[in-house]
Design a protein. Structure first.
Lengths: 284, 110
């Protein structure tokens, strides 16, 4: 057994040699080495070849800086134009959809008129049945007394809401809890911001927007429900939806209101026809 | 003098020609700029220290740019491109600051 050889005293910052090296000797050690070599050999300070190399390198450097700057600037500019282009595309497509929806409604009104003409005055019972069915399926515009439930995002102070701050935003879940409660309390026809709910109406959440009938809606969300004005408000207040609205206001600051209305008119839905589904046992 | 003229000439060429950088090369540009800046400030400091050497300057510039690009490429392949780029920027940034501080001491004696 021999005593271990005495180790040289460790520097207190021995574990940080990388940092020390980086901070204390930022200059490439090659410069010092080359300088020492030159001093030893007695060579000239610079050669024509070396100067040319330096000049070429300098040109390369300038090129690199200029190209980087222009590339970054161009990238920003093109991102802006792409964004604008997308927005204008969205707007034009939306306009097309609105136009076609209006056309569909016109046609539906015409169909209803032609139907009642064709049935004539004699087939009164049939005509009434048809109208009742159309109203129930959401195929035609209807009107009547009912309830207006309004939900709006929590008001924010700053004009540009920060991303991720969606505590006070109305979610699709909020809408379908309210809608389900309205059906439960006896509503006969419901529309959200003018989108009539039918048996084929989804309420979806896509990104930041709530989609009803595949159309994005923007707050405030007004749910109009036609139903018995005497019974509907009280019945709605007793359902899950009534309590849920209050908790939304208390916990998340969402602005809600429930108002009775003497006269509500709801548009007809634009998409209720079925293609593949046929009545069981019947013919298409 | 010659390097300064060369730098100006390079910038002018770049601005006038506005060459299209292929898309796969674009991620390497920022890191290459940082590496080049490091080489430039190292060279300026070496001039002021009186130990400038053509060969060392050229090689340090080329190797800096190539190694920086290699690190970014490797990082991209491994899926940690952003972190590795940050590492490169930190190391080169510290060196640039130290070299600039040294240049400042030489020029202004402060």
């Amino acid at each position: 057994m021999t005593a271990p050889a005495p180790t040289p005293a460790r520097r207190p910052d021995a574990s940080m040699t990388l940092l020390t090296e980086m901070l204390e000797r930022p200059l490439d050690p090659g410069y010092a080495a080359a300088s020492a070599r030159r001093a030893a050999a007695g060579g000239p300070r610079s050669t024509p070849v070396g100067s040319t190399l330096v000049a070429v390198t300098a040109i390369l450097l300038g090129l690199l800086f200029a190209v980087s700057a222009t590339t970054v600037r161009r990238g920003e500019a093109s991102a802006g134009t792409v964004r604008k282009d997308l927005i204008s595309q969205i707007e034009s497509r939306r306009a097309v959809v609105d136009e076609r929806s209006a056309a569909i409604r016109d046609r539906q009104t015409e169909i209803t008129r032609l139907e009642s003409n064709a049935l004539g005055a004699t087939e009164n019972g049939l005509r009434q049945e048809l109208q009742a069915l159309a109203a129930a399926t959401g195929n035609v515009a209807v009107e009547g007394p009912g309830l207006l439930v309004t939900l709006n995002d929590k008001p924010t102070d700053d004009a540009t809401p920060t991303a991720g701050d969606d505590q006070g935003k109305v979610l699709s879940r909020d809408l379908f809890i309210v809608v389900n409660s309205l059906w439960q309390s006896g509503a006969e026809a419901i529309a959200i911001n003018g989108q009539r709910l039918t048996v084929r109406s989804p309420i979806r959440f896509a990104g930041e927007a709530i989609l009803v009938n595949f159309r994005p809606l923007s707050p405030p969300y007004v749910i109009s429900a036609i139903g018995d004005p005497a019974a509907l408000p009280a019945a709605f207040a007793e359902t899950v939806g009534g309590a849920y609205l209050k908790s939304l206001t208390d916990n998340f600051g969402i602005v809600t209101s429930v108002d009775g209305a003497d006269h509500i008119s709801l548009p007809g839905a634009t998409r209720v026809t079925v293609d593949k589904a046929v009545v069981q046992g019947g013919t298409k | 003098m010659i390097p300064a003229l060369g730098l100006l000439a390079g910038i002018l060429i770049g601005v006038v020609l506005q060459p299209d950088v292929p898309i796969w090369l674009q991620p390497y540009l920022p890191i290459a700029v940082i590496a080049a800046l490091d080489a430039v400030f190292g060279g300026v400091r070496a001039v002021l220290d009186g130990i400038f050497d053509d060969k060392v300057f050229v090689i340090s510039f080329l190797s800096n740019v190539i190694v920086a690009a290699l690190i970014v490429y490797l990082g991209d392949q491994l899926g940690v491109g952003a972190q590795l780029s940050t590492g490169v920027v930190v190391v080169l940034g510290v060196r640039i600051f130290s070299n600039v501080a040294s240049i400042r001491r030489h020029l202004f004696h402060a």
